[in-house]
Design a protein around this ligand. Structure first.
Ligand SMILES: [Zn+2]
Length: 70
């Protein structure tokens, strides 16, 4: 059974509900204020804010070192 995220239009509370696929928001109420003006949010299980860190390569200086060719 998928987990859906809802948001209350009245108070902005977000909550998750286990529902059968295809079930709507009928009968759902906000656990915070009890209002029934709730709207399903897009699935957010991929929303880990990993932070775009790490340039990685840095200044590793190319292959052409200070070759002593002369
Ligand atoms: Zn609410």
């Amino acid at each position: 059974m998928p987990l859906y995220e809802y948001r209350c239009d009245a108070c902005g509370e977000r909550f998750e509900v286990l529902q059968r696929m295809g079930d709507g928001a009928d009968g759902l109420t906000c656990p915070h204020c009890g209002g029934d003006a709730v709207a399903r949010q897009l699935s957010t299980f991929a929303s880990t804010a990993g932070g775009s860190g790490g340039g990685g390569f840095g200044a590793s200086g190319g292959g052409c070192g200070p070759g002593a060719f002369t």
